[in-house]
Structures are given as structure tokens and as C-alpha cells.
Write a protein that binds this ligand. Structure first.
Ligand code: C5P
Length: 222
């Protein structure tokens, strides 16, 4: 069938990455994790000891940024200054800084072409906050994946534990509330439900159930 472009937006910890990865595998589609692009800039800032008030650094970013996506099987790897940093980006510290800088217009503009280059071919799951609203408004299928705050905190806590980071639930909760609020209240490309998206509340749902529901929609649409 036809190769579709599918977008999945939603707040932190809603299961977007897990669901997107599974879908990409099953459908043999590419998986584009756009949060990693914002995290990559945060990573660069920490490495180069820059802060978000450094207007010089921010203004130069569109020229100085050497950030690429490299397709490796179904996954798009994040290559910064010729180094694969994909596996270094999943910390809460980077997530918070990513959220702060993602409100800066130049940063969003700089990342736009990097995100869109793979959208033309079709056969992609794009996951983030503004996939269906701004980056891929013409996507074939749009989803907004959410869950209750408690459920999202529980999942993130488990995920961090499995990665060897035991962090306080309270701290995860506070950071998640802060990050979601920042992402929903910013002026450009705020997190919201795209008008033509299907909302899935994944609270109490297994990953397999969500994936099955979406693959069913894909089969009808192909
Ligand atoms: O999805 P993830 O938690 O990796 O995203 C990190 C941060 O990057 C988000 O909190 C958000 O501020 C920003 N982001 C964004 N637009 C996207 C994806 C992520 O602003 N499409």
C-alpha cells in the first residue's frame, strides 16, 4: 500500500517514543524522534558551556550547527559534529534545557528543514510536540497521545530506573509539570491537539493495544 506520514504529538511520558518505535518496526517505516534534535542542541550548549541567555551563541546557531540525521535501519540517528550522540540524550537535565530553548524562534526555524527532509518520501512516524500542527500539517494520520500525570510519572520513573538512574518520583513529577507547562504555553508551535488528530488516552492501555489501534487505521488508509 501507500507509504504514509504519521504524526504523534503529546506531553512528556505519554509513551510516544515506545509506540513510535514499535510502529516503525512493524510497518518498516522510519522513526523520527524530534525531541532528540532539541536535546542535541541542549547537549551542545552544555558541552560548550553556553547558557540560554547567550544571545550571540543562539544567533549564530543556524550557521554553526553541524547536526544531521542518519538513517540506520528504521531509526534516524542524531549526528552532532560527526559524532553519533543518539544514546546520550535521554536525561531529564537535557529534557529541561531542551524545553527552555525550544521556545526560541531561531532554534525552531533551524530545526525545521532537518525534520522535513525525510517527510517527503513517506513511510515515516514523526514524534514530538508540533508534528501535526506545524512541521507536517499535511500528514496522512495524526495522533495526540496522552495519559494522566500520575501514569506518565510512573512510566518515566520506571524508564529511568531501567536505565540505571534512580530518581525521586516527586522530582520527576515537578519537572514534568514544568516542562509540559513550558511546552503548552510558549508562543511558537505550542503543544496542542492538532485539529484533525485522533486523541488516545493511553492510561491503563498496553503498548500493544495502542500499536494495534494505529496499525488498523494505517491499513484502512493505505
Ligand atoms: O520528546 P522529548 O521529551 O525528547 O522532547 C524534549 C523537549 O523538546 C520537549 O519538552 C519540548 O520542549 C521540545 N520539543 C519541541 N518540539 C518537538 C519535540 C520536542 O519543542 N517537536
Amino acid at each position: 500500500g501507500k507509504k504514509l506520514l504519521i504524526t504523534i504529538d503529546g506531553p512528556a511520558g505519554a509513551g510516544k517514543s515506545t509506540v513510535s518505535k514499535a510502529l516503525a518496526q512493524i510497518l518498516s517505516y522510519l522513526y523520527l524522534d524530534t525531541g532528540s534534535l532539541y536535546r542535541a542542541i541542549a547537549y551542545k550548549m552544555i558541552k560548550e558551556k553556553k547558557n540560554s541567555e547567550d544571545t550571540q551563541f543562539i544567533a549564530n546557531l543556524s550557521n554553526s550547527l553541524n547536526l544531521h540525521l542518519l538513517a540506520e535501519k528504521n531509526i534516524l540517528k542524531i549526528i552532532l559534529d560527526d559524532v553519533d550522540i543518539t544514546d546520550l540524550l535521554r536525561t531529564e537535565g537535557l529534557a529541561l534545557l531542551a524545553s527552555r530553548i525550544s521556545a526560541i524562534p531561531i532554534i525552531r526555524e533551524t530545526l525545521l528543514p532537518i525534520q522535513r527532509q525525510f517527510g517527503k518520501i513517506g513511510g515515516m512516524i514523526a514524534e514530538g510536540r508540533d508534528m501535526g500542527t506545524v512541521v507536517f500539517p499535511n500528514a496522512d494520520l495524526k495522533y495526540y497521545l496522552t495519559a494522566t500525570l500520575e501514569e506518565r510519572v510512573r512510566r518515566r520513573h520506571k524508564e529511568l530506573l531501567e536505565a540505571g538512574n534512580d530518581s525521586e518520583r516527586e522530582e520527576i513529577r515537578d519537572q514534568m509539570i514544568l516542562r509540559d507547562r513550558q511546552d503548552m504555553e510558549r508562543l511558537i508551535a505550542p503543544l496542542k491537539v492538532p485539529v484533525d488528530a485522533l486523541v488516545i488516552d493511553s492510561t491503563g492501555m498496553a503498548v500493544g493495544e495502542i500499536v494495534a489501534a494505529i496499525t488498523h487505521d494505517v491499513e484502512l488508509k493505505q
